[in-house]
Design a protein around this ligand. Structure first.
Ligand code: G3P
Length: 217
């Protein structure tokens, strides 16, 4: 499973990249705003900074919701750097935009996926990635992981090349469950990745090894 980090925070991206296990970055307008990045030029410059840190795919989201606007914005974003993936919302014109970019060989990520039907539509339109939001589904009493499993079956039935990018990951257990049900990618905060390191027996075992080594020296 590929590991993406879901942030626009440059320090966090660098920390994950330095671990050597980072495969890409996802952002959205809320994450950009959280970092205080506003104005079109500043936003474009920030995407470039992210691309300079990460050597994997970097999802950059359009703001428009109409076909012409999404195409115009997406082309500007795609021209920024070869690793940019144009992130398109799951709306009717978004499907048309996914097909447009797919035909041009530009990578896309269809965001705000909450049903298997939405994922199927995006895959048929040639999306490179679909982003089911598992945490937001869990928030309202649905099972986000079950959605990933359902999409996995559908994509495998028809050999869709579209990758499942599990998004709205909130914790380490989400990461593990995504791997169990065969998500191609997960994108989460740095804490969800670093949480994978932890076990009290690892910590106490290491402390014991180091103490025993110190006794013999
Ligand atoms: O990748 C989508 C993600 O940013 C949404 O996460 O935690 O706002 O539901 P969250």
């Amino acid at each position: 499973m590929k590991f993406f980090i879901d942030t626009a925070n440059l320090e966090g991206i660098k920390e994950a990249q330095d671990l050597g296990i980072l495969d890409g970055v996802t952002t959205n307008p809320s994450l950009m705003a959280k970092e205080g990045i506003t104005g079109q030029q500043n936003i474009l410059d920030h995407y470039l900074k992210i691309c300079e840190i990460s050597d994997g795919d970097v999802s950059a989201e359009v703001i428009s919701t109409d076909f012409d606007g999404m195409v115009k914005e997406g082309e500007i974003l795609a021209a920024l750097h070869p690793n940019i993936v144009v992130k398109i919302p799951m709306v009717k014109d978004g499907i048309k935009a996914l097909k447009y970019f797919s035909d041009k060989g530009i990578k896309t990520n269809c965001t705000l996926i909450f049903t298997a039907g939405q994922a199927l539509l995006a895959a048929k339109a040639g999306a490179t990635y679909v982003s089911p939001f598992i945490g937001r589904l869990d928030d309202i009493g649905y099972d986000g992981i079950e959605l990933i499993a359902q999409i996995r079956v559908i994509f495998d039935n028809y050999l869709f090349e579209t990758e499942i990018l599990a998004a709205s990951i909130r914790n380490t257990m989400h990461v593990i469950r995504c791997a169990e049900v065969g998500s191609d990618v997960m994108t989460g905060p740095l804490s969800s990745i670093l949480g994978l390191l932890k076990h009290p027996l690892t910590e106490s075992g290491l402390a014991q090894f180091l103490a025993d080594h110190a006794k013999g020296n």
